[in-house]
Ligand binder design. Sequence first.
Ligand SMILES: [Zn+2]
Length: 578
Amino acid sequence: MHPSIRSHAPDVTIVRVRNQIVTNAARTVPYGDEMIELFRGGRVFTSDPDRPWAEAVVIEGERIVFVGHVADAVDRAGADAVVHDIAGGVVLPGFVDAHAHVTMTGDALLKAQLRDAPDVAEIRRRLTVWAAANPHAPRILGIGWIYSAIDGGRPTRQMLDEIGDGRPIYAEAADLHSCWLNTAALHELGVTDDTPDPIGGRIVRDPQTGMATGHLLENASVNLVWPLLADVPASTLDEYLAAAMRAYSESGVTAAVDMAMDATMLAAMQRAESAGRLTVRVIGHWLIHRTGDSVTELAQVDKLVRLVERMADDSSLSRLRIAGIKIIADGTIDGCTAALINPYADGTNADPIWDRTSLDAVVAAADAAGLQVAIHAIGDQTVRNAIDAIERAGVTNGDPAATHSRRHRIEHLEYVDESDVVRLAGLGITASMQPVHIDPAIFANWAAMLGDERADRGFAWREFLDAGTTLAFGTDTPTAPHFPLHNMYIATTRRSPGDPTLTPHRPDNALPLDEAVIHATRDAAWASFAEDSIGVLRAGSFADLVVLDRDPFAAEPESLLSARVVLTISNGRTVYTG
Ligand SMILES: [Zn+2]
């Protein structure tokens, strides 16, 4: 943090942020919770559909107190206000990442980064470099490899056995739905050629020899690898969380919906909240594990209901809230683990991880308890099951209007039958989608798995909007980069931030920037019942805002790739200056 910005020492004033923000440096105002700050000199995009543009914003303490014309703002701010001249830049609401994994993002940032490795040789090189840089780590850890980097999309343990120093290697796929292991890691997990597949997961085996290949899909990874890697001391979790907060603040995100919350993550966030270090608001959806047994599945919902009641009594947790449950109902199209109505190009198909009976039961129980339901559903069969489950919950619980009002949501919706797209709005279901997942740099494998005209309708945001559905944009970090401006670039162009020359998929589904930003701020907040306090710049809202060094609304979309966040304010506090 810039030392002269909003220092906690008394009697220090704001001065400047690398010349982009010039403030009244000559003045000295006492620091205090009710300090008044005025932002002027550029444009203000409010994300309020009724009044999207303004000239100035005034904040006082943790709240926005005025948005409007500059002359009125100056009056409202008064002579003692600290003035930020944003000099040709733009003020936006802080981004709300509608689908994220917060502590996992911090964890991922500390592993070998494999996302843009084009082939196995480069993946091996990066893991080798990481291993050398982390000689005392018990395991070699990587994240982010993509299927198209591996010949035939089939990773094997032999490819990793040639590198490293005998330590187990765990390399998570970019979508986090599978993990690639070396032989030492299979041994550490106790996985042998004879280990049965867990429900909703697969230990990939060589078709000729029947030997485990080192590739664990879905619940084989979630149930075996994740608990092992998550078994870290509390101090390590605190480091993950701090890394995620830093990364978010630097990129302009001030709130995130965590889509796989559990008790250890919650504890880390509560520690951060009590210490005043939770600089990004977190709204959590609790991950309900598929056990195959309805008693233990429903018991998880009951336990959560009691937890939410306890948290509601604790007023100190104002920046941390649990909204409801998360169900991972299928896998991914890339891994051919998402359930489709018609098979994949290779003739295979996948069963949903949650069958209809188990899904209906948990959705109805959560709905009856007043919890929000978020269902990961990517394939068209699973999306249909998810919509059906929410529709039936309204009937089962005797009040379809109440179910409608809970803002239940479906996550991802990558390939949806046209007859189902039109059902979402009528049931009040939010479409939670991630533009980063249609980055052309990773799209070829996705399309190849479907292998036909179905790929044409992938990530069809326009269809959802035309049908009247609320679209909430997020990044699903760390399955994709967390940068909101890059996410907005893909949303407005369907092009790749890493290589804008790659052919975009169905650019007619791209959205104007103002619409895209509303989906990533106001609508993302709405999906979590938070639109009255965050996601929109209006008097009364929390002072969560971000300042960019230029105005991408007035320039080509590529300016989103060069724009820099120069100031991020969360709850009235400066959490990043650049
Ligand atoms: Zn996710």
